[in-house]
Structures are given as structure tokens and as C-alpha cells.
Ligand binder design. Sequence first.
Ligand SMILES: Cc1cc2nc3c(=O)[nH]c(=O)nc-3n(C[C@H](O)[C@H](O)[C@H](O)COP(=O)(O)O)c2cc1C
Length: 454
Amino acid sequence: MDWGNQPWPFKSYTGAPPQSLGDPRMPSAEFWPSLLAWPPAPDPTASPLDQAGLAGLLALAAGLTAQAHGGTYLRSPASAGALYPTELYFSASGLGWLEDGLWHYAPEANAPRLLRPGDLAGATAQVLGNEPRTLSFMLTALFWRSIWKYRTRAWRYCLLDGGHLLACLELTLAACGLEQRLCLNPALGTKLLGLDPEREALLAGVSAGRKVDSRLGQLPDWQPPQEEPLSAEEKSDPDVMAAAALGQSQAPSPALHWPSGPAPEKAVRLSPEPPPNGPALGRVMLARRSRRNFIPQGLSAGQVALLLAAALPQDGPLGVTVLLGPEGELPAGTHRYYPGEKALALLEPGDQRGAAARACLDQMWVGQAALSLVLWADPERLSAVAGERGYRQAMLAAGRAGQRLYLAATALGLGCCGVGAFYDRELTSAAALPPGAWPLYLIAAGPVKNAPPI
Ligand SMILES: Cc1cc2nc3c(=O)[nH]c(=O)nc-3n(C[C@H](O)[C@H](O)[C@H](O)COP(=O)(O)O)c2cc1C
């Protein structure tokens, strides 16, 4: 890595400073009901959104939450290598307390900057394929931040990281009492956001709040404010650009349906029972960290049930394999999880975690974690359901599951860490994935030494 050319983690525009929203007010929604509702349900007791509420929303969705020993600021969503390639934009319309227009979120100030004033709700709705709403969020990946370290593999991390932030955003919007419509198939959006498609791609969007009337029609030409360089020499990677271009289209497409297959009869049906008096969602989100110091202790069946139910919706583009160690209530071995029925079927008995750790570039702590979730995709099904968009959708879903597993582990006093660094073929074999499956993401969770109380 070229440390002298490390990209700056905060996007900055000349002449468009962040505008303070004042002290943030955190939503008070409870953790477990928020995590176990799919899709996230608006909290009916939330205060109406105002500037302080928006400051709290942005802080939980994408804000700074800690500073690492080397000085790097860590954020609410996990991020591969703490490089944070995901940028967050939103268009505001008819709020009354915030100017209509396109805003960009500056995490370093926990404040948004106005990029483009005016009524853009209709134009945003066209990009996201939704009706115009008061707040429409858009997530992009800024390739160079991740290319700097991961080169061609950066596209994987851009998508997984985007999924992590998406999970935080969806949960926070619901906790703020806002209705939301997810869009995983947006149009290009370059004209609306002023993006350079060779360096930044729109990945997903969420329209939230109440519906508003807005002019549709053609967007006038617009030049975004001048952007500060990310580093002395910004580089690109032709494979990353080609992969990003593959999943792009001129028009948004509707949400896709991915029914999950039936579980075999012998599968164990899990019952996720949240503990009474659970913590507030905001508290857990602010406390979440990557913890890798796993200890040889297992999980109860109830803990496994909660972790998996929080991480995965009933249907989706992912295959789900679970590796369990020998110290827990459920049998050690390689299991297949069926989210639609919350059922776990033992595929192969025996502890495979050591082989998984070796496949993860010898990150041996993976072999100590009580549970590893291995998320994978069936490439034929991906392209049959979603064409070139399939890979993006699966990776975003994997990142979203990862962030939710982190949060559920944090609430249970467990450790958790995502692992994107692995050899595909070795992990496919260690986790007994079906022939031809693509491993997308591994997330390890379990008891750790000195987990801070929540
Ligand atoms: C997609 C993804 C892949 C990751 N891969 C690894 C990994 O292979 N090894 C590791 O030790 N940590 C990995 N991490 C954890 C990050 O290093 C961690 O999220 C980052 O340093 C920020 O710290 P935090 O999670 O405590 O906020 C990964 C995280 C994400 C989101």
C-alpha cells in the first residue's frame, strides 16, 4: 500500500460547507422489535422528524462512533479495512425546516451540505423508481477509497460496505417513525448526483417519509461544486469499472422476488425469543465494534435463533451456511439455514471452523468463533432472476446481513467480525457449499473476552 497516497475518508466540496443541524436527538425505539421486523416497521411512538431528529438519524446511519488507536475514525457501519467507500446523499422536499434540494452527508461534522438547491423529489423518484417523498436517500461507492488497498477486489468491498450502511439506514429510518421504500435497482443517477461514473456509482436508495407532489420532467444541466482531491494521485482499476458498469441501467427496475426453498423435514425449527427489557436500538448501534478475541464457549439455541433471525429476511438472493463449534447447545458441524422457516439442517457433523479460518487467509481467530455465517450465491439463479444486477443485489444483501449480525451480537454481549478476505475455492470446500456456488461473505460471531456490557 502506498501510504503517502492514502485517500482521504471524507468527501469534501469547495464552497459547500456542512450546515449544522444542532445536537442530535437519538430515536428511542427498542432494539429487538426493530431487528426482528422485516421489512423494518416505523416506530409509531417516534417524535416527528426535525433538525435534531435528522442529525440523530444521520449519526446512526453513517456517523462517526469511535476513534481507533492509529487515529482513524470508525463509524456506525462496519467497513472493510476501515476505508469507508460509501457516500450518502439525500434529496429533501417539503420538510419546512430544511431547504429543498440535494444534500451530501459529511460524517466528520455530522451535518449535511447542500449541493443542489431546488425541488428534486420528482427527479430522485425517477432514479429510484418510487413515488416522490420528503426524504430520499442514495448510497454510492467511491471506488478509489477501496481500490487503494484492495485493487480489483475493491468492487466486492464497495458492495458489502454499501450493504452495511444500508442496514443502518433502514433500521434508523424505521426507528425515526418513517415509512420507507427500498430500491436496489436504481437508474444511473449520475446526472442527478453529479457523479463521475468512472469513479463513483449509485448502488441503492431508500425513499422515506410522506409522499409529496413534485414536478417530474427533465433535469436541467448542472455542475456540482468543485470536489477536493481524495489523494495526491487518484487511480482507477479497469476491472472494477467494468464490473460496476455491468450492473448499471438507464431506468430503475422493480424489486425482485427471491423465494427461499423449503427446509428438509429433519431440520430444527428455531424460535427467536428476544430477552425482555432489551436495549434501545441507538445504544447498540453506537456500541457496535469488530471484536475478534473469541473464547472457546458455545451459544445456546436461542442465541443462534436470534442472531440468524435478525440477520436474514424470509426471502433473498443468498444461500446461508452456518458453521457451529462444539461447545454450544446445537450440534457442531456445517448447517444450512432456511430463513423462510427459520430452520437449521445439519449437512455434515464435525467442526469445520479450522478449515474456514485457513481459507480466510489464515485469520485463525475465525476458527475460535462459536458461529460463522457463510453467505453465498448460486450464479445461475442470480442471473435468471436479476441478470447482470444479480451480483450487486446478492452482495448488498450479504453486507446488510453482516451489519445486522454485528448488531444482534452486540445486543447479546457477543463479539462479531466480518471477513471479506478469503480464497473462494478453499472457503467453498471448507463450508461444503454446493458445486459452482460463489462464497460472498463470512461473518464470525460468538462469546469474546471482556465484551463491554450493553
Ligand atoms: C466487508 C467487510 C470485510 C471485512 N473483512 C475483514 C477481514 O477479512 N479481517 C478482519 O480482521 N476484519 C475485517 N473486517 C472488519 C473491519 O476491519 C472493521 O469493520 C473496520 O476496521 C472498522 O471497525 P469497526 O467494525 O469496529 O467499526 C471487515 C469488515 C467489512 C465490512
